[in-house]
Design a protein around this ligand. Structure first.
Ligand code: NAD
Ligand code: TYD
Length: 340
């Protein structure tokens, strides 16, 4: 039985990780720390809220006192840090909160791990720390040895956190690991990101805003495959190591949007090309051979199946995304906890 702190568990990947872990390791105690920013949605966690082996703490990972208190109470064996500001476009508008949460928050968590002792601190990072690859060199991939070379304030903050994590390992001997994953998709994906935004806009017959020509390439992985990979790394991955995670599934943005139109029987005339993102990364592509070789991980969900499941999920779960579109979900915490 492990006691595992999961930060950012009310967000997209963190919540999927909590659901996955509940099934895979029901004996483990999961403690979710989440600040519930605009991207955190407590109603997502409703299915596990009553579970005796699960605790939710509305906590900012930058709040040292609160974080230390929880470590003291829970004595965690493992910390998995998903908490982050995660949207590139928002980081271009306002970088400072990205530096706060993604860098300072990471250091506070690791200080708590040093103070109270830990079996493993795991940092959930991103392939965006490697910058981008040219569109005309399909032979190139990011390996764990690819130099850090960031483009956006978001990726720079994630890269800074990765450097700190490796520094805490070297300087203090903290037992850390890092995973760098490609773009995820699946249930509970916040509707400001490409795939859910396009699904929901298409359902409303609203314009589908493609940045520039839409030729940028992302390497899409079904979120459950990411969760399985992290579970393997925290249990069997080597301390002090970085593991790339990706499914060799590169697609142009425009291909994804066309596919969504087709599946929802919507006309491609909804596609609207808008001004390109500043500093827009051209192509991400992961070489996942290390995690395959060392831990036996392989992606299990093919893109054709994953995108079908995802679109179906959004069609069946309007009750989840409609309150986000209207902003009503922000009141959920107040209703649940306001008078307690
Ligand atoms: P998300 O934006 O959906 O969720 C982030 C969660 O963190 C939210 O619940 C939010 O409330 C919480 N949070 C934010 N600031 C906090 C703070 N100061 N203290 C406590 N909680 C805070 O993000 P996501 O897409 O689920 O990404 C999770 C992690 O995975 C991030 O670290 C991200 O960099 C990384 N990642 C994401 C992708 C992807 O495709 N989404 C790919 C690779 C890596
Ligand atoms: P996003 O989901 O924001 O993930 P990331 O920037 O971290 O890869 O965007 C995925 C791709 O889709 C990226 O190339 C930007 C593009 N994009 C659009 O063309 N239109 C949109 O409205 C959004 C949100 C993204």
């Amino acid at each position: 039985m492990k006691r595992i702190i999961v930060t950012g568990g009310a967000g997209f990947i963190g919540s999927n990780f909590i659901f996955y872990m509940r099934q895979a390791h029901p004996e483990d105690r999961l403690i979710c720390l989440d600040k519930l920013t605009y991207a955190g949605n407590l109603s997502t966690l409703a299915p596990v809220m009553g579970d005796g082996n699960f605790r939710f703490c509305k906590t900012d990972i930058c709040d040292r006192e609160a974080v230390y208190r929880i470590f003291e109470e829970e004595k965690p064996d493992i910390v998995v840090n998903f908490a982050a500001e995660s949207h590139v476009d928002r980081s271009i508008e306002n970088p400072s909160i990205f530096l706060e949460t993604n860098i300072i928050g990471t250091s506070v968590l690791m200080d708590a791990c040093r103070k109270y002792g830990i079996e493993r601190y795991h940092q959930v990072s991103t392939d965006e720390v490697y910058g981008d690859l040219p569109l005309d060199r399909p032979d190139l991939f990011f390996t764990e040895e690819t130099p850090i070379h960031t483009s956006s304030p978001y990726s720079s903050s994630k890269a800074s956190a990765d450097l700190l994590v490796l520094a805490y390992h070297r300087t203090y001997g903290l037992p850390v690991s890092i995973s760098r994953c490609s773009n995820n998709y699946g249930p509970y994906h916040f509707p400001e990101k490409l795939i859910p935004l396009m699904i929901i806009n298409a359902l409303h017959d609203e314009p589908l805003p493609v940045y520039g020509a839409g030729l940028n390439v992302r390497d899409w992985l079904y979120v459950e495959d990411h969760c399985k990979a992290i579970d393997l790394v925290i249990r069997n991955g080597r301390v002090g190591e970085v593991y790339n995670i990706g499914g060799h599934n590169e697609m142009q943005n425009i291909e994804i949007v066309r596919l969504i139109c087709d599946r929802l029987h919507k006309p491609e005339s909804l596609i609207t090309h808008v001004t390109d993102r500043k500093g827009h990364d051209l192509r991400y592509a992961i070489d996942p051979s290390k995690i395959h070789r060392e831990l036996g991980w392989l992606p299990e969900t093919k893109f054709a199946d994953g995108i079908e499941k995802t679109i179906d999920w959004y069609l069946k779960h309007e009750d989840w995304w409609q309150p986000i579109v209207t902003g009503e979900y922000r009141n959920y915490y107040e209703r649940m906890y306001g008078n307690r």
